[in-house]
Structure formats: C-alpha cells, structure tokens
Design a protein. Structure first.
Length: 133
C-alpha cells in the first residue's frame, strides 16, 4: 500500500484488536489469527483460526457465527486442519476444525462476538474482539 503524499508514518493512528476468550465446556481448543493493528477503525480484515469441539459433540449440529453488533454472519468452518489432528488424535473433529471469514469489520461503538450455535438455537459465546486506540 502506498502512503498519501505529505503524510508521515507518525501521523497514522493504529487501532489494536484485543481478544477476550470465554471459557466453554463444549470447546477443546480455540485459536484465532487476527491482525494486531488496523490502520482505520472500519478497515476490513480476515478472521481465521481453529475451533475444535469436544469429541463427543457432532460438528454437523453446530455452526460458528460472528456478530458485529449490527448483523450476524455464518463463519466458514470445518475446513481441513491436518496439523491439529496430530495434537488431538482422539478427537475426530480435529481433522476439520479451521475457520475463515473475509471482510470482517468493526462497527462504530460495537465489539465483535464469536458464537457457537446449535441447530436447536443453543448459543455459546467463544470470544469477543474489541478495538482500542
């Protein structure tokens, strides 16, 4: 990305993303890969990581949902995760535990929440993302 002429790097405000993970009795592992800083509060970013359900839970009964305080979207989940299956060999869901969502954006004054939601509409908050200056 090129910088606008006349703008020096020290004039640029960086927004830091902080993550608060919640304890959940249905998740064996949760990791997120997000940018540490955004150059604008409304700059889109890619949210990706792993969400591994406990081995006794059928993954096809659950979906991963993102709420930005204004709307909700389903997160593409259960992508191949071969490295994770070596760490959790007794959990069949470990083969497909990665997730990814493009164009994630903070809405002014709102946090981003990530939920697991069952087909019976049972919800578990997994994490909240906040934007700090």
């Amino acid at each position: 990305a090129t910088q606008a002429s006349g703008q020096s790097p020290h004039q640029l405000t960086l927004y830091r993303i902080t993550v608060q993970k919640e304890l959940s009795n249905i998740v064996e592992a949760l990791r997120m890969n997000i940018p540490q800083n955004l150059k604008a509060h409304d700059k889109p970013f890619i949210l990706k990581g792993i969400a591994l359900l406990k081995s006794e839970l059928p993954p096809n009964e659950w979906e991963l949902v993102l709420s930005d305080g204004v709307s909700e979207r389903s997160i593409t989940w259960q992508l191949p995760s071969s490295k994770l299956s070596t760490k959790f060999p007794d959990n069949p869901s470990a083969n497909n535990a990665r997730f990814r969502l493009s164009d994630v954006q903070f809405k002014k004054g709102h946090a981003i929440s990530i939920f697991l939601q069952s087909k019976q509409a049972e919800r578990h908050l997994l994490a909240s993302l906040q934007l700090k200056t």
